[in-house]
Design a protein around this ligand. Structure first.
Ligand code: PMP
Ligand code: GLU
Length: 408
């Protein structure tokens, strides 16, 4: 298929062979595309300083690697039960109860998935029919609306405002409700804004979901990365929430395990029973030896997580300070996750324009806020899951631009 034919196929049209119409509503992942752009530029010899990707630069904790190698060498290379290895289900159940106040039966209330992405897709697939709507507070990570689109459903944005600290309100949720609304996606700590859900906000979300009989799909993948005494709160721990909440988590961020593809979905047994069908008819199970690594992560890598958080805290300071020194740019401290979400409206550039200037004139890559929905326009996302050297180098290059932003 040539390039033009491929484009037409992407628009859902016939070109010799047909592709599904759903692709007219789904773009490629902007964040994955950025990761690939950086890899390509590096192959071409460009000394890119990459602040675009949400990928920890740390190595996976030793205990996880050792356990996985042992599993591989011991011949642990076959299918596991589709829900996951009983030992891993057990430690996840224990972790959810003790750390999150979320109580599920490990035998029936959890599915271990190959990535949090797969867990989210499974959750949306479990709840949404074609034509249904899911409310997604924005700016939001790029894949929620795309996943809804792949299912034939529609993500309805609830635009959050920086002036409100990117907090979600009952009023905003009510204004996005229609008779097709089935679910709300909540991401805390949030990518890209760094906002950490607080108790008052959580209570409003749960009350809204209870009143309208909606499912809450809660992505907690950044839960271990919180700053300044902020405390991660699991929605499913609130009174009345457990029976309507699907909690998603994964190992990519907390344990620097992006390439391992490991996550999980937890919730009430009747919903998980349906989710299991998605798992069994798509991927069967997560990789057996990777699941053994997951057990080690949850039981023997707490010190690694603490060390990474300490380092992220230093990097956050470096990043926010460098950004605030730039003319036309302001940045508040993210409460959680590892992204600075900087307000660039003072530069007169669009977020895509700003990202382009940084790439062309400083070989620094950042994610334009517009990738995270219209509410992200005027902002850029910088990931500080990069080494201090990279962050300092990028800071120096940006300072070297001396605030000379081209006409927007
Ligand atoms: N949720 C959010 C908010 C993310 O930023 C990411 C990053 N890729 C994921 C889910 C998916 O994580 P993974 O598929 O690597 O487990
Ligand atoms: N979640 C990361 C990001 O937002 C990694 C890329 C992706 O999986 O979307 O950049």
């Amino acid at each position: 298929m040539n390039e033009r034919a491929r484009e037409r196929a992407g628009a859902g049209q016939v070109c010799g062979v047909r592709v599904a119409q759903r692709f007219s509503r789904v773009e490629r992942s902007a964040t994955v595309a950025l990761l690939e752009t950086v890899q390509r530029l590096r192959r071409e010899g460009v000394a890119v300083l990459d602040l675009s990707g949400g990928e920890p630069d740390f190595t996976t904790p030793d205990a996880v690697i050792a356990e996985t190698v042992t599993a591989l060498e011991g011949g642990d290379t076959h299918y596991t039960p589709s829900r996951g290895l009983p030992e891993l289900l057990g430690v996840i159940g224990e972790k959810l109860a003790t750390e999150n106040g979320v109580h599920v039966d490990p035998a029936t209330g959890i599915v271990v998935t190959p990535s949090a992405k797969q867990a989210l897709f499974t959750a949306l697939m479990t709840v949404l029919d074609p034509g249904d709507e899911v409310i997604v507070p924005t700016p939001a990570w790029v894949s929620y609306p795309a996943m809804a689109g792949l299912i034939g459903a529609r993500a309805v944005p609830a635009e959050l405002r920086a002036e409100d600290g990117f907090r979600l309100s009952r009023q905003l949720l009510e204004s996005r409700l229609t008779d097709r609304t089935r679910a709300v996606v909540v991401n805390t700590p949030a990518n890209p804004t760094g906002h950490v859900l607080d108790e008052a906000e959580a209570a409003q979300i749960v009350a809204f979901a209870m009143k309208h009989d909606l499912v809450l799909i809660v992505d907690e993948i950044y839960e271990k990365i919180v700053y300044d005494g902020h405390r991660h709160l699991s929605l499913a721990s609130l009174p009345g929430a457990a029976e309507r909440t699907l909690t998603v988590n994964g190992f990519s961020k907390a344990y620097a395990m992006t390439g391992w593809r490991l996550g999980y979905l937890a919730g009430p047994e009747p919903l998980i029973a349906q989710a299991l069908k998605v798992q069994e008819h798509t991927v069967s199970c997560a990789a057996s030896f990777v699941q053994r690594g997951g057990v080690a992560a949850l039981t023997r890598a707490a010190d690694d997580v603490t060390a990474m958080l300490k380092e992220y805290t230093i990097r956050r300071e470096l990043t926010v300070t460098a950004l605030n020194a730039l003319p036309g740019v302001t940045c508040t401290y993210p409460e959680g996750a590892f992204y600075a979400f900087a307000d660039i409206r003072g530069t007169g550039l669009t977020s895509a324009g700003f990202a382009q200037v940084l790439l062309e004139r400083a070989a620094v890559t950042v994610a334009p806020g517009s990738a995270f929905g219209a509410a992200g326009e005027g902002y850029v996302r910088l990931s500080f899951a990069a080494s201090r050297d990279v962050l300092e180098g990028a800071g120096a290059r940006l300072a070297g631009l001396a605030g000379e932003w081209p006409e927007g």
